[in-house]
Design a binder for this molecule. Structure first.
Ligand SMILES: NC(=O)c1ccc[n+]([C@@H]2O[C@H](COP(=O)([O-])OP(=O)(O)OC[C@H]3O[C@@H](n4cnc5c(N)ncnc54)[C@H](O)[C@@H]3O)[C@@H](O)[C@H]2O)c1
Ligand SMILES: O=C(O)C1=N[C@H](C(=O)O)CCC1
Length: 269
């Protein structure tokens, strides 16, 4: 009988769901005890290993999160904002660590996580990779060191299926740059320029989003002044970096007090 922490993956058939299943199954630190998909999905009732075209994993996909959560110590959730809010309530009832990778949540939806975080550990980050979380620290430092003569622009590129923009990572980097500058991102963000926009406003932080093909995730933080530019860049070539970070977060959260955490907490950066 193994006593490794049991993990449930929600959005199991998604790009991240599949990567998470593989990462957990290959890990000797955790076991896969449940997989959740939306009602009506053709994976429901199927063994997830077989559904992925491989060997059986003895875990059947369900559309009943409560039933799956009852067997687990953590849920790793890369789905969609409305689904994530539902899972937060259920994970809190079951006192599970809830690792949230879902992006595109509104401020109101993020605030709605607070009641769940009074009862359970929530780790939420727009990017679970070590590299991007380090890049946020570098971005904050560089933004703090430079004056407003340097325009800050965040450029991100993702695959053609991505539904939200700017990416969660771009927003993390924007927050870090704004913190470094000592300003509130909401006051200085330029999201989506089109038409006669007027000249760039000094002190603003711009966002540009590229969508195409199978790009996993690329982010540049550009500091541009007269005569020189600095570019901080992260390129993800494999979704395994996000899945490994999420699994680390699920295990890290096991002995933590209820509350909201991010990957900076998990990685001790
Ligand atoms: N934080 C990070 O490091 C990170 C990394 C990659 C992706 N993401 C984010 O994760 C999310 C998912 O990305 P993806 O590329 O895997 O998307 P995807 O569309 O491939 O997968 C999402 C899955 O969630 C499922 N789903 C939706 N509603 C559900 C519900 N109510 N119950 C159960 N399952 C439900 C869908 O059926 C789908 O299989 C996005 O928000 C993306 O931006 C975050
Ligand atoms: O593929 C995605 O979708 C990704 N989403 C995250 C984001 O919004 O930043 C992380 C990178 C991949």
């Amino acid at each position: 009988m193994t006593h490794l922490p049991g993990i449930v993956v929600t959005g199991a058939s998604g790009r991240m769901g599949r990567m998470l299943i593989r990462t957990i199954v290959e890990s000797d630190r955790a076991q896969l005890v449940g997989c959740v998909e939306r009602p009506g999905h053709d994976w429901i009732g199927q063994d997830v290993g077989l559904a992925m075209g491989g060997a059986a994993l003895d875990v059947t996909a369900t559309d009943d999160p409560l039933e799956a959560f009852a067997r687990a110590q953590a849920v790793i959730d890369f789905t969609a904002p409305e689904a994530t809010l539902e899972f937060a309530t259920l994970a809190a009832q079951a006192r599970l660590v809830h690792v949230i990778g879902t992006t595109g949540m509104s401020e109101t939806q993020i605030e709605a996580l607070a009641p769940a975080a009074r009862h359970a550990v929530i780790v939420r980050a727009g990017n679970m990779s070590l590299g991007v979380n380090l890049l946020t620290q570098l971005t904050r430092k560089v933004a703090a060191a430079l004056d407003r003569e340097f325009d800050i622009e965040i450029i991100e590129a993702h695959h053609r299926h991505k539904v939200d923009a700017p990416s969660g990572t771009a927003l993390m980097l924007g927050e870090a740059a704004a913190e470094g500058r000592g300003v509130n991102l909401a006051d200085v963000a330029d999201r989506g320029r089109d038409g006669i926009t007027g000249a760039r406003k000094e002190g603003h932080i711009g966002f540009s989003a590229i969508r195409g093909g199978d790009i996993v995730g690329e982010h540049d933080v550009l500091f541009a002044a007269r005569g020189e530019r600095i570019v901080l860049r992260h390129v993800a070539t494999d979704r395994g970096v996000f899945a490994r970070g999420a699994l680390t977060a699920a295990l890290w959260g096991q002995d933590k007090a209820p509350g909201q955490y991010d990957m900076i907490d998990v990685l001790g950066l």
